[in-house]
Design a protein. Structure first.
Ligand code: C2E
Ligand code: MG
Ligand code: MG
Length: 281
């Protein structure tokens, strides 16, 4: 009967939930161990000047390789790290690796900015900001060769605190990027005095802009607004030549995506960079 059926599906639902909780907990234990034994690494994805094709910089992305060689995507473990209080440790360890990579690239003549990701939990945690600055200062990597990325949603949710820190970084010469731009709810008032130097157009809009007039209008609007307010723009997730052409024709300066290069281990990124044209100094 229907009642028994309902009860059984409820039990089944509980079973699925319990399974998910168990998996999440296992993931958390593994992540804690990976942090403790420094088993996370970074991959660097090139940023390209769309008008010339020159290499313009990199973004560092965390990578977690498993014993079997596979990778767990950041979208799966970053949220776990955030809710379990591990994200600040993770982000500082990624920053340390980013600074190492920056020094190595510079030694080989690749003197370009590298961006790293951060989140509002980090920036709201007392002491985090100073720890970050200390790490950078002791590394000797100049501030103007670094860029902090924070998502629009998180930056806007904690605008008062975060904008002060972003202003300080900008004043020190560091880049500040608003990641996944277009997916959050920036008020116009906040955009005009946003303490940021770069807007990164979320890749869902790039993917849809050639088939959805709405997505295309949004991309156009972000580009015009950025020109007006003096933001540099990076288009994320460029996968086709026609996307590149469209964005370049609309004045988008920079792009990132599989069309140019996937995120690569630092040594591979170095080799890639050495074989790729850079802007003359
Ligand atoms: P994000 O910062 O917006 O990074 C861009 C994501 O798009 C990366 O995914 C990158 O591999 C992917 N991507 C780049 N080009 C293309 C393309 O042409 N097509 C497609 N389909 N994807 C492309 P990834 O590495 O899986 O990272 C996902 C997200 O995880 C990042 O999004 C960022 O929000 C977060 N994340 C990554 N590393 C860190 C980290 O060290 N700290 C923190 N807090 N978050 C991180
Ligand atoms: Mg990013
Ligand atoms: Mg993004």
């Amino acid at each position: 009967d229907t009642r028994r059926h309902a009860r059984e599906s409820l039990l089944m639902y509980d079973g699925v939930q319990e399974q998910q909780m168990r998996e999440r907990y296992q993931l958390l234990l593994n992540l804690r161990r990976a942090l403790k034994y420094d088993q996370l690494s970074i991959a660097l994805q090139p940023k390209i000047a769309l008008a010339t094709g020159h290499l313009a910089g990199f973004e560092a992305l965390v990578r977690w390789q498993q014993a079997d060689g596979s990778y767990i995507p950041p979208d799966q473990f970053i949220p776990v790290a955030e809710s379990a209080g591990l994200i600040s440790e993770l982000d500082l360890s990624v920053l340390a690796k980013t600074l190492d990579a920056s020094r190595q690239l510079r030694q080989q003549g690749i003197d370009l900015p590298i961006a790293f990701n951060t989140c509002s939990i980090d920036l709201l945690r007392p002491g985090y900001f100073d720890e970050m600055l200390t790490l950078i200062r002791t590394s000797g990597v100049p501030f103007n060769r670094l860029e902090l990325e924070v998502t629009e949603t998180q930056a806007m949710a904690e605008y008062e605190v975060i904008s002060k820190q972003m202003r300080q970084l900008l004043d020190a010469g560091m880049g500040v990027s608003i990641d996944d731009f277009g997916t959050g709810y920036s008020s116009l008032a906040h955009i005009t005095d946003l303490a940021a130097s770069v807007l990164k157009i979320d890749r869902t809009f790039i993917a849809r802009m050639e088939t959805s007039p709405k997505a295309q209008h949004l991309v156009d609007m972000i580009l015009r607004m950025s020109a007006f307010f003096g933001f540099q723009v990076v288009a994320e997730g460029i996968e086709t030549e026609s996307q590149r052409q469209y964005l370049a024709s609309r004045g988008c300066q920079l792009g990132q995506g599989y069309l140019f290069a996937r995120p690569m281990p630092p040594e591979k990124a170095l080799a890639w960079a050495l074989g790729h044209p850079r802007a003359p100094d």
